[in-house]
Design a protein around this ligand. Structure first.
Ligand code: PMT
Length: 397
């Protein structure tokens, strides 16, 4: 079960022979879904190369507090803000001492001072050094500051000594980091969401569309990401910034949206159709701008494919949640859509009210499935998004 999906981990690697294990620690953190950036201390660089850590983390390795270029892109403050957790593995006696003393003498110690996220430290050193009064006193200080210590293991050491001081296996360390984050029913689940408006060309300058801004779909995506899901967004025309932790696929026509969803639906656990997809496209869009005349103009429309209905018919269908944008006979129309499309639930919103539904920052919905109707009163789309995701998790996962 993945616990680090959408989590950013800064791995500090300091001067211990166990630093050779750091690329494997990066991999095990990635296996749990994390994005990893590495800070390599001068001591750490004596045991492992920057290149191996760059290749495994797929990010530039940070190693210098005074690097002008790094400060322009991601300096120590940005790195500290970026991190959801800081892991120092291996942590040398010197690094532990710096942290306990509150020093800002290198990049790693400065990032630690500047961060307010959970910190985990995995000491690794000679057994006599580890048992020393100074190291033990420093570790006790760190525990008092709520820093979590990943205890070293007992065994034969690189120097030939036998005792406590060996770095635990990489997967054990990664799992310990995962435990810092509460797992939800959505942790590691795959969610595909359509959002925004489709655009159907009449001619090169005119089109048929609707008022969807993508705000509701984006709020749902944020809630899923927060809950640890792997999110794919198939986005029509949107006027909001989408969370870059999601995979974003642009699909501005009903046909492209249909193709993109069908191409990516395999393996998804949940499908949420929040997009306002045009029910019709222009049968024969003009290649050139239609000229003005005094004659009546008739534009022939042709029905588009119903994406939600098609996904609901798949043999291995994900949990399918639709939206119903209604202006009259609200509950009755929504109930019909639930049955006609064959989805697990439909979320009704009244789009006749200018303050709700399309473009607005707020919405009010009814979550309808075969067993019950749950009314969610007017609230910000962010709060409703979280509530909707909570209901989906409780009812269907
Ligand atoms: O984007 P915002 O400005 O925040 O506005 C949010 C919203 C009002 C667009 C959203 O809450 C909403 O109601 N989305 C669905 C709009 C819609 O097209 O509803 P519908 O009742 O016409 O369609 C029913 C369902 O079928 C929807 O899930 C729709 O995505 C899906 N559908 C419709 C047509 C089609 N060809 N393919 C589909 O998948």
């Amino acid at each position: 079960m993945s616990h680090l999906t959408n989590k950013n981990i800064v791995l500090g690697v300091s001067g211990s022979i166990a630093a050779y294990k750091a690329p494997d620690i990066v991999r095990r953190l990635q296996d749990l879904g994390a994005e990893v950036r590495v800070i390599l201390t001068q001591g750490g660089a004596q045991f492992i190369t920057e290149l191996s850590l760059q290749a495994t983390s797929k990010n530039k390795v940070h190693d210098n507090l005074w690097d002008k270029e790094a400060e322009l892109s991601m300096g120590h403050i940005e790195l500290a803000k970026w991190a959801d957790a800081l892991l120092i593995a291996p942590a040398s006696a010197n690094t532990i001492s710096n942290i306990a003393a509150g020093k800002a003498c290198d990049l790693l110690s400065s990032v630690i001072l500047a961060s307010d996220c959970p910190i985990l430290i995995a000491p690794a050193m000679n057994q006599q050094m580890y048992a020393s009064i100074s190291v033990q006193a420093n570790l006790a200080t760190l525990v008092q500051r709520d820093i979590q210590i990943i205890n070293p293991e007992h065994g034969v050491q690189a120097c030939g000594d036998i005792g406590e001081g060996r770095l635990p296996e990489s997967d054990k360390i990664a799992k310990q980091v995962g435990l810092m984050f509460q797992s939800t029913k959505l942790s590691g689940k795959k969610v595909l969401i359509t959002l925004g408006a489709t655009i159907e060309a009449i001619d090169p300058v005119r089109y048929l569309s609707n008022h969807s801004s993508g705000k509701m779909g984006s709020a749902l995506a944020e809630a899923c990401i927060e809950a640890g899901a792997q999110v794919t967004l198939v986005a029509g025309n949107v006027s909001v910034e989408l969370n870059q932790k999601a995979e974003i696929i642009s699909a501005t026509t009903a046909e492209k949206m249909h193709q993109s969803v069908m191409k990516n639906i395999n393996g998804q656990d949940i499908f949420i159709a929040c997009a306002a997809v045009s029910d019709y496209s222009i049968k024969n869009p003009e290649n050139h701008k239609i000229k003005k005349s005094n004659q009546t103009l008739t534009i022939e429309l042709t029905p588009t494919k119903d994406i939600l209905k098609e996904v609901c018919k798949l043999d291995k269908k994900p949990i399918c949640i639709g939206f119903a944008a209604e202006t009259q006979n609200l509950l009755e129309n929504a109930q019909n859509k639930l049955n006609n499309k064959g989805c697990d639930a439909i979320i009704l919103n009244d789009v006749s009210n200018a303050d709700l539904g399309f473009k607005s920052d707020e919405n009010a919905v009814v979550f309808i499935d075969q067993k019950s109707n749950v009314k969610l009163a007017k609230n910000s789309k962010q709060k409703l998004g979280r509530k909707i995701i909570e209901i989906i998790s409780e009812k269907f996962l």
